[in-house]
Design a protein. Structure first.
Length: 54
């Protein structure tokens, strides 16, 4: 049986386009679950932080 990947390992293997599609589907599901508001906090130029605060 192959080793099980952790959620973090799974996410690393998604492309930026796959990630955007996942988030879009997640937001739709939240709205269908009757969340009052879903707000986008970043934009297309938002860059992920790669360093940790000291």
């Amino acid at each position: 049986m192959p080793p099980t990947l952790t959620p973090k390992q799974i996410l690393v293997h998604h492309s930026a386009d796959d990630w955007e599609e996942f988030i879009y589907e997640w937001v739709i599901a939240l709205k269908e679950a009757e969340y009052v508001d879903v707000v986008r906090m970043g934009g297309p130029t938002t860059v992920a932080r790669t360093s940790r605060p000291s």
